[in-house]
Design a protein around this ligand. Structure first.
Ligand code: PMP
Length: 359
């Protein structure tokens, strides 16, 4: 039986995508092989990768001013690749600190360049995003980095920060493809695939072409944006199965009606869950309403000793992976694109019943 999987990532995949992959697993496009078994340099796979890229460009609205790179090493690899590709030795980079992933990105960048933290939400215990206009960005910075959606505490920017003329860099791992974005506002957008784009093992990097050509000589070749942009991300074997699945996920999004339709569906799911939590005296969410994530919804129960029981009973009811991140505890429901509205409704019903029996 399929469960409703609320994991933060690797996360639930759309059922239609899994079924399609299953149906062509043994014989992909008449090749007599799985897509996993074909050469990445063969005509069929090269076309498959090109189509996944073309679909991503169409769905997200990415112009030819940007290169799309399909790489490995996860978003964590990009935490190092960014300063290596974008800063000259001695140059500074600016970061907004809005939570656990921002902090990790800052710590990794500090191994390669000087970092200015332009805004820091640690004083609010990461329950808000900085007010627009409340921070300044040194215009000599190589870039301004931020995390539009903090996966662990469920904090999401409701606006795109203004970096002036400094290239804006966004770790969109847990929000990419959840709603439309104006790509032209960004210098670099990147994200691990395992939440809204497909399985783990693939990281997508969208980089404005005028930022190419700046990599430091010691940049690992696999992460050198300029080299990879010049080689269709195929200087070595790419994550072929993940790229194939990215293409199927983008077909699924297109069939749903594109990102406007996906955004409406995600907003409705998030609104339903947050309004239920807010109306209850038993559950709570600490995040400021304007900064609440559409994708990751952390919540607490009035009596923390009930957390283990909640998670175990939910699991038994087919609602899995609801424990909060190990660093913060509590519960967290990740409701990415592939979580159907029925899954959120089932969670709310379960929460009501749990409150009735334990509240
Ligand atoms: N950034 C964010 C916002 C994330 O949620 C994650 C993973 N949960 C990462 C970075 C790290 O990604 P990866 O595991 O792909 O390296």
């Amino acid at each position: 039986m399929r469960v409703y999987n609320f994991s933060a990532g690797p996360a639930m995949m759309p059922l239609e995508v899994l079924q399609r992959a299953q149906s062509e697993l043994l014989d992909w496009g008449g090749s007599g092989m799985s897509v996993m078994e074909v050469s990445h340099r063969g005509k069929a796979f090269v076309a498959c990768a090109a189509q996944a890229e073309a679909s991503l460009r169409r769905v997200l609205g990415i112009s030819d001013d940007y290169a799309v790179l399909l790489l490995q090493g996860g978003a964590l690899g990009q935490f190092a690749a960014l300063p290596l590709n974008l800063t000259a030795p001695g140059q500074r980079a600016a970061y907004l600190n809005t939570g656990d992933w921002s902090k990790k990105a800052i710590a990794e960048a500090r191994r390669y360049c000087e970092v200015d933290v332009a805004a820091d939400e640690s004083a609010s215990n990461f329950t808000r995003t900085p007010e627009p206009g409340s921070f300044t960005v040194d215009q000599a910075s190589a870039y301004l980095h931020y995390t539009p959606n903090e996966t662990i505490r469920g904090v999401e920017f409701g606006y795109v920060p203004d970096a002036g003329a400094v290239p804006l860099v966004a770790d969109m791992s847990s929000t990419i493809l959840s709603r439309p974005v104006d790509v032209s506002r960004f210098g670099v957008i990147y994200g691990g695939a395992q939440k809204n784009m497909g399985p783990s093992g693939l990281v997508v990097v969208i980089v404005r072409r005028d930022l190419l050509g700046r990599a430091r000589p010691q940049t690992p070749t696999v992460w050198d944006y300029t080299v990879q942009a010049g080689a269709d991300s195929m200087i070595n074997t790419p994550p072929t199965f993940a790229i194939y699945l990215l293409g199927l996920v983008l077909d699924w999004i297109t069939e749903l009606g594109g990102l406007d339709a996906v955004a409406a569906r995600n907003k409705a799911k998030a609104d339903a869950l947050y309004s239920f939590i807010d109306a209850s005296g038993f559950y709570s969410n600490p995040v400021a309403p304007e900064a609440r994530s559409w994708m990751n919804v952390p919540f607490l129960v009035a009596d923390p000793s009930l957390e283990k029981t909640f998670v175990a009973q939910a699991e038994a009811a087919g609602l899995t992976n609801l424990a909060g991140h190990r660093s913060v505890g509590g519960m967290r429901a990740s409701i990415y694109n592939a979580m159907p509205p029925e899954g959120v409704a089932a969670l709310i019903d379960f929460m009501k019943e749990f409150e009735r029996t334990h509240g």
